[in-house]
Write a protein that binds this ligand. Structure first.
Ligand code: DC
Length: 227
């Protein structure tokens, strides 16, 4: 029997966890799951279906019934919910502003965690998102919390979301990140590492440096686990 390699990576907004995780999956030839995209897809899908995201029961029902075939190829991340391509819209500020209502809906979390665990059970994977090291895959061989100081996180997110990095766009992003982290922290603890989770501070690392550091952590952990 071959053992599945499961690598779980979490961290706050703008920590760079998505780009790092995708690149790590690509380099190790593993599948990749962006769990945050699933929360974003529920938010956008609910809006498209005319459901108020604050209506917890209807959103949960939508999540249980929706067709969301999650891509696991790190190079092909098209997100389609109930037949509609939402790949671009789930990244907009409009969705970032409403996604916490979905991420704090416990019935939605139950459903998405169930779907995520099904995908993980199918084989080796790098999965990424807030509760992946603690709730979705607490038994993963390697669990990493990627952090970065607030200035680094705001600068990265601003560059991602806006064409220009100015005082105005930075302060807009700062408000968005701080608000969202505060809301999300009410349901999942992603700021401090749980037992057995390795913390990697990427404040002073670029993407390539962060990927190299994660690959080192994985190699070291797997060496320790080797019989
Ligand atoms: O990582 P992201 O910004 O794409 O995540 C979108 C939202 O979903 C954000 O509010 C955090 C939340 N989330 C979560 O609660 N649990 C996860 N496993 C992944 C994301």
């Amino acid at each position: 029997m071959t053992l599945h390699r499961v690598i779980a990576i979490d961290g706050p907004s703008g920590s760079g966890k998505s780009s790092v995780s995708r690149s790590v999956a690509r380099q190790l030839g593993l599948r990749y799951l962006d769990t945050g995209a699933m929360y974003r897809a529920v938010a956008q899908g609910a809006v498209l279906a005319g459901i108020d995201v604050e209506d917890a029961e209807r959103v949960a029902q939508y999540a249980r019934e929706m067709d969301l075939p999650m891509p696991t190829d790190p190079d092909e991340q098209t997100i389609i919910v109930n037949g509609q391509d939402v790949t671009a819209t789930i990244r907009t500020s409009a969705v970032s502003l409403i996604v916490s209502a979905v991420a704090t809906n416990l019935a939605v979390r139950r459903e998405l965690v169930r779907r995520q665990q099904e995908i993980v059970a199918a084989g080796s994977i790098v999965l990424e998102g807030r509760d992946t090291t603690t709730v979705v895959a607490p038994d993963a061989q390697v669990r990493i919390l990627i952090t970065a100081d607030p200035e680094a996180r705001v600068a990265r997110r601003t560059a991602e979301l806006h064409d220009e990095v100015s005082g105005r766009t930075m302060s807009q992003t700062m408000t968005e990140i701080i608000d969202r982290d505060a809301k999300d922290a009410t349901v999942v603890n992603f700021q401090t590492a749980a037992d057995g989770v390795i913390t990697l501070d990427t404040s002073h690392l670029d993407l390539a440096g962060s990927v190299a550091a994660v690959l080192r952590i994985i190699a070291d952990s797997e060496k320790e686990l080797a019989p």
